[in-house]
Ligand binder design. Structure first.
Ligand SMILES: Cc1cc2nc3c(=O)[nH]c(=O)nc-3n(C[C@H](O)[C@H](O)[C@H](O)COP(=O)(O)O)c2cc1C
Length: 191
């Protein structure tokens, strides 16, 4: 189908030389046809505080509302994240926590593809498992296969941050295609 779709990408790492931001940028170059992707920054979101959220506050902080609106406009999310202490990095979890609130949370039932890179050996598998609980609570539609677990990341990207691993690129393309198909199947079902 030639329906244009738009994905929103989020990196779980805030540092400049992040392998996961490189991975997300590699994904942006491997999108299926008729699919675009923006990367949404999360580094300036304040820490979640219910006093600054609805209904306690009259409006959410502008930056938070903008982040939530951008997720709402996207057909699907692509998240590339490291694993911190066997789990989801705090900055990313904070962003998810803000976006998860309210009966109109833009994360509810949102299709999502998760991937991760680490210089370590286990490819972020524990972070990805921890995310399954978040997907379950928010009824997010995770594309589970193929899994993108980039281990030994220092050897997988060149000095300019380009992904060198051809097998990984193939898997990422496949996963993004599956994400597109999941979105389109949902549109057929619900619209
Ligand atoms: C607080 C912290 C906890 C970490 N915990 C893990 C971990 O549990 N598993 C792992 O493979 N790497 C762990 N690392 C190493 C990260 O994988 C590594 O710093 C990686 O480069 C971060 O991703 P980035 O390159 O996208 O910033 C940890 C790093 C930090 C800063």
């Amino acid at each position: 189908m030639d329906t244009p779709l738009h994905f929103a990408g989020i990196s779980g790492s805030l540092r400049k030389g992040s392998y996961n931001t490189m991975l997300l940028k590699a994904a942006a170059e491997l999108l299926p046809e008729n699919t675009t992707m923006d990367i949404l920054p999360i580094e300036d979101l304040p820490l979640y505080n219910a006093d600054h959220d609805l209904p306690a506050a009259q409006a959410r902080p502008e930056i938070v509302q903008g982040f939530m609106d951008a997720i709402g406009k996207a057909d699907a999310l692509v998240i590339a994240s490291p694993e911190y202490n066997y789990s989801i990095p705090g900055g990313l979890k904070n962003a998810i926590d803000w976006a998860s609130r309210g009966e109109h949370s833009p994360l509810l039932r949102k299709p999502v593809a998760l991937m991760g890179a680490t210089p370590g050996m286990w490819g972020t598998v524990r972070m990805q498992l921890a995310f399954q609980a978040v997907f379950l609570f928010l009824d997010m539609k995770a594309v589970l296969k193929p899994e993108i677990l980039i281990a030994d990341a220092a050897k997988k990207f060149d000095a300019s941050g380009r992904l060198l691993d051809e097998k990984a690129k193939e898997l990422i393309s496949h996963k993004l295609q599956n994400l597109r198909e999941l979105v389109l199947a949902g549109k057929l079902q619900y619209h």
